[in-house]
Design a binder for this molecule. Structure first.
Ligand code: HAX
Length: 441
């Protein structure tokens, strides 16, 4: 895959020169002000980092290098006979800013299939050391950490590497890690839910198709779902917990394995990626509670009130940045309309979508009452028979690797420094408010 590597390098060099010029002329310009409330309330709305691979608009949703999800669905190459975009194409786009040809995507599929071979045995043995009841995300991250022994960046750094070459070793680590993630993730699934049944990779398949095969879901419909799923979950600009954590840890020159594992520990939180398991758990509990798998809007409304009165969040709804229905939700809804329009769980998801936003809106404090990506994904997986909802965040994690590792390559190629924002204490804030001290910069 020399073409991708050299194209990436030429794009990154051009961008680095441009950034140098921009900073020379405009480096002192202000891009915002920080209010005290923002420092206390999750740094929401502070523009304070550069992350090249995607950009989120609060009203419109995510764009990857300028392309919306429907545009990606139209323009990215597909598997033979398929209609969903191949995630390899999105990775190529995020790395280079250029739409790939079918040949470019095929070359990437073959490259990753090759890099996935000869997985070190100790990775599986390390996962096996965990009890079976360990959460799938814990097992997944443990596998990624065990694979860190293969980091080229770490070896080269220990030998003494010129900082101009960081990007190249980060690129190789990222490509190797992405290539091997489906094996680790599928191993966790088969170990926990399929009695450890072994399945050989099919190197003739694309990355998502082979992942479906390794999970023992060989239906074409599930493969197509995986292609869409692994594309739309890949990136959501830089400030979300998994992307920001990967970026932050990477800024210490921790290699791609260490940085990605750190990001995955953030994805495993229920306000972030774990919400996809929480949604299905919540719907199943609601169905049990109501005694029906076809609840009416009125019944759902009652159950939402019960959830809120117990001081819990309604999973799959709300967002820190988005202020409209997540286009990733809409893309999944379109997929469901095409492939499973009469599925009962899918119909429940749609009825919840009709019912929940006005209730959340009426509370007056929730900034975004609309569904996010996690509100729909579980119902699609359930349709194809993947019932083990505790596993769902691992699928999200495999996809997220594409965005956060492409961004990590960019950060090393642009020579971004260690990230280190300033913090203050409330004592400092109180003294500053009394005019007795300054806010330390
Ligand atoms: N149900 C109930 N209450 C909610 C809510 C929801 N879905 N979303 C927000 N709120 C509450 C908040 O808890 C907060 O309450 P308090 O003031 O009492 O603390 C208030 O509304 C204001 O919150 P906000 O400013 O609108 O939202 P935040 O930016 O603080 O949080 C979250 C954004 C996504 C974390 C939030 O909407 C939430 O908890 N949603 C449910 C969990 C979820 O779906 N997470 C996945 C998000 C997408 C993602 O990252 N996927 O991986």
């Amino acid at each position: 895959m020399e073409k991708l590597k050299s194209l990436f390098k030429s794009k990154a060099d051009a961008a680095a020169n441009e950034i140098k010029e921009i900073l020379k002329e405009h480096g002192q310009k202000k891009i915002g002000e920080v209010q005290l409330a923002q420092a206390y309330q999750g740094m929401r709305g502070i523009t304070g980092m550069v992350y090249e691979t995607s950009l989120l608009d609060a009203q419109e949703g995510i764009r990857f290098r300028g392309f919306s999800i429907p545009e990606l669905q139209a323009k990215l190459p597909k598997a033979p006979g398929g209609t969903e975009p191949l995630p390899e194409g999105l990775f190529y786009l995020m790395m280079t800013g250029e739409l790939p040809s079918a040949d470019d995507v095929n070359a990437l599929s073959r490259d990753w299939a090759e890099r996935a071979k000869n997985m070190p045995e100790h990775v599986f043995k390390t996962i096996d050391a965990l009890p079976l009841n360990a959460h799938p995300m814990t097992q997944f991250v443990t596998g990624v950490m065990a694979l860190q022994t293969e980091s080229i960046f770490s070896k080269k750094y220990a030998e003494g590497v010129n900082k101009k070459d960081y990007w190249s070793h980060t690129y190789e680590d990222s490509m190797n890690l992405i290539a091997r993630l489906p094996s680790i993730a599928a191993y966790v699934y088969r170990r926990k839910y399929r009695g450890g049944k072994s399945v050989a990779a099919d190197a003739s398949l694309d990355w998502a198709g082979n992942f479906a095969h390794l999970l023992s879901f060989d239906q074409e419909g599930f493969k197509e779902l995986m292609r869409l799923y692994l594309t739309i979950h890949a990136d959501h600009e830089g400030g979300n917990v998994s992307a920001h954590t990967t970026h932050l840890v990477g800024s210490a020159l921790s290699d791609a394995y260490l940085s990605f594992a750190a990001g995955m520990n953030g994805l495993a939180g229920p306000l972030h990626g774990l919400a996809n398991q929480e949604v299905i758990k919540w719907i199943i509990e609601m169905q049990r509670n109501l005694g029906t798998d076809t609840p009416t809007g009125e019944q759902i409304a009652g159950y939402v009130q019960k959830t809120l009165s117990e001081g819990k969040v309604v999973p799959g709804y709300g967002h820190a940045v988005l202020r409209k229905t997540d286009p990733r939700f809409t893309a999944q809804q379109e997929f469901a309309k095409k492939h499973m329009a009469s599925d009962k769980m899918v119909n429940s998801v749609w009825r919840i979508f009709e019912t929940v936003p006005p209730i959340l809106q009426s509370l007056g404090k929730i900034k975004n009452p609309w569904p996010n990506v996690d509100a729909h994904s579980g119902a699609l997986l359930l349709h194809y028979g993947m019932e083990e909802y505790e596993y769902y965040t691992v699928l999200f994690g495999v996809s997220r690797a594409l965005g956060v590792l492409a961004a990590l390559c960019w950060s090393r190629a642009l020579g971004f420094p260690i990230e280190r924002p300033k913090s203050v204490t409330t004592e400092n804030v109180k003294a500053w408010l009394k005019g007795e001290d300054q806010i330390w910069e």
